[in-house]
Ligand binder design. Structure first.
Ligand SMILES: [Zn+2]
Length: 281
């Protein structure tokens, strides 16, 4: 998460889990079911190393196990992620990139891309969006998973880091309209990176989730991947306990042992695409 003093996800998600019981249900009074759709190719865009593990790692692992191809893009390398003001930012970035690569290998991404933007100073501006459009057009995902950029305050507790909001908003803006518009960052198209349509956004850490992915089979992988971030985890046992409690809470709305919640934005509904036709959202 890379923000000293911010409550752990399990604490701040409690309010979200309660809201999840009343939001995103298919019909009034009807219990939602686990999210059925799976993109053939998906990209996770995160602000810092470890965000993807606190975020959608178990979903990513489940989709990859089922045959999807996933790629991770980290906007920063987390060079401010220390309580020690004398820490060397470059050394810390190198450490955190190595931690992220080990975690990504556990999840099963085909590649990790670091954009090397400044930690703590991420801005949704044209240079970042061009980086993201380049990566989207290079990989050509059906879905992009990123931070919910509209969350300023978590419903449970806490402030959402400015980098998370900036990364999420830049990812949304890169997906629509820039990645699909051949005139946006025209040099990319001239260099052979043709326009590409991303059909869905999966926004993680939402205050108002609309979809819950059953991750009972891959919860252990999320935990193992999170534990790779040793520079950020002073209390591994406590973290594991909190993460497992968090997954269990997010599973309650759809009646599964563990889930990850998302706000899903369908930009282009195409039921013929993806290994599983869209049926529920
Ligand atoms: Zn973070």
């Amino acid at each position: 998460m890379d923000e000293p003093g911010v409550p752990e996800p399990a604490a701040r998600v409690r309010g979200r889990a309660r809201r999840a019981l009343t939001l995103g249900q298919p019909r009034p009074g009807e219990r939602p079911t686990p999210h059925p759709w799976r993109p053939a190719r998906f990209m996770v865009i995160a602000a810092h190393p470890d965000d993807a593990e606190f975020g959608p790692a178990a979903t990513a692992a489940a989709w990859i196990d089922a045959g999807s191809v996933g790629r991770l893009v980290c906007c920063t390398s987390g060079d401010h992620g220390s309580e020690d003001p004398a820490a060397d930012p470059l050394a810390l970035a190198a450490t955190r990139e190595e931690e992220q690569r080990r975690a990504a290998a556990i999840v099963g991404y085909d590649e990790v891309v670091f954009l090397h933007q400044p930690d703590g100073a991420l801005a949704n501006e044209l240079p970042l969006r061009e980086h993201l459009v380049r990566e989207i057009r290079r990989f050509r995902p059906d879905a992009v998973l990123t931070h919910d950029p509209e969350v300023l305050f978590f419903a449970g507790a806490g402030v959402n880091h400015a980098d998370h909001r900036a990364a999420g908003m830049a990812a949304v803006d890169a997906v629509f309209p820039a990645a699909r518009n051949p005139m946006a960052f025209a040099g990319l198209a001239r260099a052979g990176l043709a326009a590409h349509v991303v059909r869905r956004l999966y926004l993680f850490w939402p205050n108002a989730p609309t979809a819950w992915v059953d991750v009972a089979a891959t919860a252990d992988r999320k935990v193992d991947a999170l534990l790779c971030h040793t520079s950020q985890i002073p209390d591994p046992d406590g973290l594991v306990e909190r993460i497992r409690a968090w997954l269990a809470e997010e599973g309650e709305p759809v009646g599964v042992a563990a889930a990850e919640a998302f706000r899903v934005i369908v930009i282009d509904d195409d039921p013929d695409e993806g290994p599983h036709p869209a049926t529920a959202d």
